[in-house]
Design a protein around this ligand. Structure first.
Ligand code: UD1
Length: 434
């Protein structure tokens, strides 16, 4: 990765203010792909202004779709989709190309997508996506460059995911929505972002039911129409700014993301003693006396893995020993090296600390962290490796006692809407260095 654009961050003490979060990154990109299934245009509102939307819009245009972005609205016209191949130049940028397989197969009978990228937080295979598509009747071939797929039509099947993968559930919802017959998808992910995709597909005319036991039942339709939807607020962005308030001992009010998307986040922060006020329109944190806790990440409704890096920074400022057990991605704690350089006391372990064994218990992965606070953080020169670690580093830089330089601002902007403006509105000094 190149170092990219850089910011100088000068800590300014407690951060105070109001943040309106944008629509969810992990929803908008999926709805853009779903729009390809319609026989008429789709309109999506409350879209975040982030790099991943630009990349996804560009992927859609590359297969022939019309995509018009105007402020926070995006219109997609799928009528001219004629190219079944997502160009190799989109390899490694984000996780979206793999989701295109179903819609392209349905429209054109064949598809090629380059190998997926996304944040470097584990091996991130796509075997569940591909095995599920095979069960729906697709012929799949792996090449050096990506995935080739063929199917004159897809048919319904009973599929059980080995783990409730968000991406594989979405791939299979997108494919099963127009497959012939009924698909039953068991052990599916039920993250709010997945449910929002399912609701959008329902608006397009898809037959989708969500059963209480992580089971989607999808009745395939021969045609879907475009739909209009204003997407819900980003629960990762919301949590990130609540932590910005807590870690700097400021008061931050976050609006635009409903309480029900943050239930576990709120209960976890309250378990630490955080003062959190919940209103209809917003959630506010105020300076709090915090205690250490133990947290396990897990699929929804558990504590979300994407909240974990920001929480780790907060743990460095809490007196006592806190613990994180990461059970979703095997290699998501590498970012702590930089926190250590800034003064944090963190030890990583390959054991499952603090509770039940997870899928990684017999591996060598360092997936548990013990953090000892409160440690003074000092500014540092930091390269931002992935979206969530990048935000965590901004938080650490804001809580430090001296300035930092952060390289790779593009990573942050790939996932966070208007991030420099939002931090500046809270009082943080950010200087664009290049
Ligand atoms: C999505 C989110 C990401 C979030 C994650 C978990 C997007 C763009 N990204 O990522 O922000 O952290 O859900 O909530 O929405 N797995 C396999 N084989 C597969 C698919 C997944 O082994 O074919 C494993 C992964 O390696 C990982 C686990 O399943 O260990 C969960 O991954 P998954 O839920 O699929 O994450 P993403 O969809 O990539």
């Amino acid at each position: 990765m190149t170092a990219g654009r850089a910011w100088g961050i000068t800590p300014t003490g407690p951060l105070h203010g109001d943040i309106e979060v944008a629509g969810s990154k992990n929803v908008i990109t999926k709805l853009l792909v779903a729009a390809l299934l319609g026989d008429s245009p789709t309109w999506i509102g409350n879209a975040p202004r982030i790099g991943d939307v630009e990349i996804t819009a560009s992927i859609l245009r590359a297969v022939g779709a019309g995509v018009a972005v105007e402020g926070d609205s995006i219109a997609v016209d799928p009528s001219e989709v004629q190219n079944s191949r997502v160009p190799v130049r989109y390899s490694g940028l984000n996780r979206i190309p793999i989701l295109m397989l179903g819609p392209l197969l349905w429209k054109l009978g064949e598809a090629f997508v380059p190998l997926v990228g996304g944040d470097v937080i584990g091996s991130r295979p796509v075997d569940y996506h591909l095995e599920g598509l095979r069960q729906l009747g697709a012929e799949i071939f792996l090449t050096d460059e990506g995935v080739e797929a063929k199917a004159s039509h897809l048919h319904g099947a009973r599929i059980r995911l080995p783990f409730p993968s968000v991406g594989a559930t979405e791939t299979l919802l997108l494919a099963a929505a127009t497959a012939q017959g009924r698909t039953v998808l068991e052990n599916a992910a039920v993250e709010p972002e997945v449910v929002e995709l399912a609701l959008f597909l329902q608006r397009m005319g898809a037959g989708i039911e969500l059963q209480p036991d992580r089971r989607f039942v999808i009745e395939g339709k021969s045609a879907l129409s475009g739909a209009r939807q204003r997407i819900g607020g980003d629960r990762i962005e919301a949590f990130s700014y609540l932590i910005a308030g807590l870690v700097t001992e400021g008061t931050v009010r976050v609006s635009g993301c409903s309480q029900d998307r943050l239930v576990t986040a709120i209960s976890t922060l309250r378990r630490m003693g955080a003062n959190i006020e919940i209103e209809d329109e917003a959630i506010r944190v105020t300076p709090s006396t915090l205690s250490p806790i133990s947290v396990h990440t897990s699929p929804h409704p558990g504590f979300m893995t994407d909240w974990q890096p920001a929480l780790a920074v907060l743990f460095t400022q809490v007196p006592g020993m806190s613990l994180i057990h990461e059970t979703v991605f095997e290699d998501r704690l590498g970012y702590v090296d930089t926190l250590r350089e800034m003064g944090a006391e963190v030890e990583l372990y390959d054991q499952c600390l603090g509770g039940a064994a997870c899928r990684f218990h017999e591996g060598m992965w360092l997936h548990s962290a013990v953090l000892r606070g409160r440690t003074a953080l000092v500014g540092s020169e930091i390269v931002m490796p992935d979206i969530r670690a990048a935000f965590a580093y901004v938080l650490a830089a804001a809580a430090a006692s001296s300035p930092s330089v952060l390289f790779g601002v593009e990573q942050l902007e790939r996932g966070y809407d208007q991030v420099s403006a939002k931090f500046r509105s809270l009082g943080l000094q950010i200087d664009e260095l290049s």
